[in-house]
Design a protein around this ligand. Structure first.
Ligand code: DGY
Length: 335
């Protein structure tokens, strides 16, 4: 009689597209959280106990408590997102657990969406839709819902990684002047084809008509957009956030929008998420808010699922993750 090796135990914290779920179900003894809402903390802690691998979403906090509850056999954490601020990566590294994410596949889709938000906020598209639905449309009006031009305007990109650069490519097609800020200027072979100029952050806030945020959430970038920076912006300036909600101080943003310090905002991400309908920002016509959907195209979410599954399965086999955020977890000899 042959004795089969037990399949690895994994927890998948939400249903992900079949492209990723199928290979996981084929190879593992998997529990998939069935609800549309994330597992409550106590359920999550219960579900990860004894698992060899976990596939998490940005709505799941992975910290020392969770890692303790999972147990010392945990081999891999695969996050279904490019961002990983929901995970205590140093803690995972200390325990030698590799963490995977899904970079690259969502770059173009997210940049499309950031540009869509620039356009929508500039030309007041959501407001126009609300106006029609409220049956307020009486006639063509010379002064009706006037916005600002996108073509020829100055776009400031904060964080010039993959998505920031993809946004700059789109801006070129609209003859925009592109300024960017990152910790240091990037090599000319990257920035010259994009026509992008590095400037200090304050200068970017002062000169831009549109500012789009593309930084990771870290202690340094939390509230990077605060009252002082908002005051530097043009009174017609528009801020777009597809990064993480806490990069913007929302209380300061509310006052700046209400008092006409800046012209508008378009937010795909908020602090906290979800934003409730009673949030003061939603009482303002010049603030557009959507529910963290910048990467939400069918094709991209499927590719993210494939990638997250590939990371999970590689980790379970003891192989290097195809996309690992903490290669240091493998130790100095690479194991
Ligand atoms: C990410 O991947 O970090 C996005 O916020 C969701 O796709």
């Amino acid at each position: 009689m042959t004795q089969s090796t037990p399949r690895p135990r994994v927890f998948v914290s939400r249903r992900i597209p079949d492209e990723g779920l199928r290979p996981i179900l084929e190879a593992c003894d998997a529990t998939v959280w069935p609800d549309e809402l994330p597992p409550p903390r106590d359920e999550l802690l219960r579900a990860v106990a004894g698992c060899d691998g976990i596939l998490t979403l940005l709505t799941d906090r992975v910290d020392a408590e969770l890692l303790d509850r999972a147990g010392p056999q945990l081999k891999v954490i695969s996050n279904y997102a490019v961002g990983f601020d929901n995970i205590d990566v140093p803690e995972a590294t200390r325990r030698g657990i590799p963490v995977g994410n899904t970079p690259g596949v969502l770059t173009e889709t997210t940049a499309d969406f950031a540009f869509a938000l620039v356009m929508a906020a500039a030309r007041r598209i959501a407001e126009g839709d609300r106006y029609v639905r409220a049956d307020r449309w009486q006639t063509w009006g010379p002064l009706l819902l006037l916005g600002v031009d996108v073509h020829g305007a100055t776009l400031g990109i904060v964080g010039f990684g993959r998505i920031g650069q993809a946004l700059a490519r789109r801006a070129r097609g609209f003859d925009m002047t592109v300024l960017y800020h990152d910790v240091a200027p990037l090599p000319a072979e990257v920035t010259e084809p994009l026509g992008a100029t590095w400037v200090e952050l304050d200068e970017l806030f002062e000169r831009s008509d549109f500012i789009s945020l593309h930084v990771n959430l870290t202690p340094e970038t939390r509230h990077l957009v605060n009252a002082e920076r908002l005051r530097r912006m043009k009174s017609t300036g528009i801020i777009v956030n597809t990064s993480r909600g806490p990069v913007v101080d929302q209380a300061a943003l509310y006052l700046a929008l209400r008092d006409g310090v800046i012209g508008g905002a378009a937010l795909d991400v908020t602090d906290p998420e979800p934003m409730r309908a009673s949030d003061p920002l939603l009482s303002l016509e010049n603030c557009l808010v959507v529910p963290h959907i910048a990467s939400a195209s069918r094709a991209t979410r499927a590719k993210m699922a494939e990638m997250a599954a590939a990371n999970l399965l590689a980790g379970l086999r003891g192989e290097r993750l195809p996309t690992c955020v903490n290669p240091e977890a493998y130790g100095p000899d690479g194991r």
